[in-house]
Design a protein around this ligand. Structure first.
Ligand code: C2O
Ligand code: CU
Ligand code: CU
Length: 493
């Protein structure tokens, strides 16, 4: 069997990525199997169930991680040295997180995809000073889905997430439990957090170093899955559900198997799709999730990779869209045959554009030309929405609780931007280039706005109202967010 054994990197990346440092680390790996490291499953955290609800304790701390045999990397983690546990709760639970900041710097912890009161959201206003803790308490009011959590510190989100402040957040409900989808965590229900990283010769992460890093966001030459470099998963069952999070700061992945086998997409950011969708590839932008079911009853060994983007998506013009790279290997040679079983279907609210309670327009902007060079030194105010860079003291929009609005986001810049809105799961009504990916028939909290296009989304705002605490909307390329491509809105009664 012929396997691709190299992570291939597009020509554009080569000059910056193959610094002498990186070559050093790469050489240490020699010509050995790039998939030699075993797959790791993030530990589950179900909290402590009591009469008051479900309690979690999160310690945010600095540590060291061993991504390479010959170097260690200073990292950040939650109850561990890199990334955090997979939170698992039920719809209807009342949860309480005590988040303790044991770092030497300020941080925050945001619940991405969750519908919750603004004060509990963990955005840039819920700062946790070093040595202090913050309690976030709310009810799980949304259906089965996989969300995530990550740092959202003003101007430092990119760096803190890069170092490891992120983790998964799984919500269960009766429909999900009763379904015939693979559902044994770590056995046939596999979390897959994909992140690309760039390293220095001493093993430390190599974060923003140049103007292009700020412009395009950080793109790394090494792929981590759940914190392990291109690992091998030894499948114990032949039918697998992969819950994929693109937890990268900036890189888009067009997911496919190296033998081109089809798979079923069953869920998006907000939960199950109205109908499972078969496909051979799936574009996932930073912040997006998708659950896919793949059949390996032929007991083959396959590589999950990122392949070039289709020209129809309008995303391929992003500078880093074209390369092919390996993510992980799945060896199904020892897999026990799963019994044939069904998929799942869910119903969605039937939103009609003409019935929106309001309409708003957003224009994503990047500073170009000589001004860009000036801004590039600090990155500050380089990116804007509707002519403004993010300002902690400005509420950009005010919306009504219990309403739904049509938001139209346009992008005339040369890059694609994944647009994310807090406290909601919305529906894409249309994209000007006509493209819709398989998982975009479901509810979303992050949506790709390709270059030179306009996307319309119907956004429901729940009952939580608070005129004093805002939620964020922003580009989920974290370097763009940190450079100001973010705004804030309040939900008011
Ligand atoms: Cu995933 Cu505002 O964040
Ligand atoms: Cu979010
Ligand atoms: Cu962006």
């Amino acid at each position: 069997m012929k396997r691709r054994t190299l992570i291939k990197i597009g020509a554009v990346g080569v000059s910056t990525l193959f610094s002498p440092g990186l070559m050093g680390l790469a050489r240490a790996g020699g010509s050995r199997d790039p998939f030699r490291r075993p797959f790791e499953v993030p530990p589950l955290d179900r909290g402590e169930r009591g009469s008051e609800g479900v309690r979690f304790r999160f310690d945010l701390k600095a540590g060291e991680s061993q991504f390479f045999a010959n170097a260690s990397t200073p990292t950040l983690g939650i109850n561990g040295s890199f990334l955090g546990p997979t939170v698992r709760v039920n719809r209807g639970d009342r949860v309480q997180f005590e988040v303790r900041n044991q770092l030497k710097e300020e941080t925050t912890l945001h619940w991405h995809g969750l519908v919750l009161p603004a004060k509990m959201d963990g955005g840039p206003h819920q700062v946790i000073a070093p040595g202090k803790s913050w309690v976030s308490e709310y009810e799980i009011v949304q259906p089965a889905s996989m969300c995530w959590y990550h740092s959202h510190t003003h101007g430092k989100t990119g760096l803190q997430v890069y170092k490891g402040l992120a983790g998964l957040f799984i919500i269960d409900d009766d429909q999900g439990r009763d379904s015939e989808l693979p559902g044994d965590y770590g056995v046939d229900d596999i979390p897959v957090v994909i992140q690309d990283r760039r390293f220095n010769v001493d093993g430390s992460f190599n974060y923003i170093k140049s103007m292009p890093d700020r412009m395009h966001g950080i793109h790394g030459s090494h792929i981590l899955v759940n914190g392990v470099l291109t690992p091998t998963l030894k499948a114990v069952r032949s039918r697998l559900r992969l819950r994929v999070l693109n937890g990268s700061n900036a890189r888009f992945y067009n997911l496919a198997f190296d033998d081109g086998r089809p798979f079923q997409v069953v869920a998006s950011d907000g939960g199950f799709l109205p109908q499972a969708a078969g496909t051979t590839h799936l574009l996932l932008a930073p912040g997006e999730r998708a659950e896919i079911v793949v059949d390996l009853s032929d007991r083959k060994t396959v590589v999950l990779e990122s392949v070039s983007l289709s020209t129809r998506s309008g995303v391929q013009n992003s500078m880093f869209g074209g390369e092919r790279l390996s993510i992980m290997r799945i060896d199904a040679s020892q897999a026990e045959l799963s019994k044939e079983s069904g998929l799942i279907a869910s119903s969605l609210p039937g939103w009609v554009q003409s019935e929106a309670d309001g309409k708003r327009d957003f224009e994503l902007e990047m500073t170009m030309g000589p001004q860009m060079m000036m801004a590039g030194i600090t990155g500050k105010d380089m990116m804007k929405i509707n002519g403004r860079s993010f300002d902690m003291n400005v509420i950009n929009e005010r919306v009504k609780a219990n309403s739904h609005e049509l938001w139209q986001i346009s992008n005339q810049t040369m890059l694609a931007h994944p647009f994310h809105i807090h406290n909601t799961q919305f529906f894409m009504m249309g994209r000007s280039n006509g493209w819709r990916a398989a998982h975009e028939s479901g509810l979303k909290d992050t949506i790709v706005i390709p270059s030179n296009s306009v996307v319309r989304v119907m956004v429901p705002f729940p009952e939580y109202a608070d005129a004093n605490y805002p939620y964020m909307y922003h580009c989920h390329i974290l370097e763009h967010e940190d450079a100001g491509m973010m705004g804030q809105f309040t939900v008011e009664a």
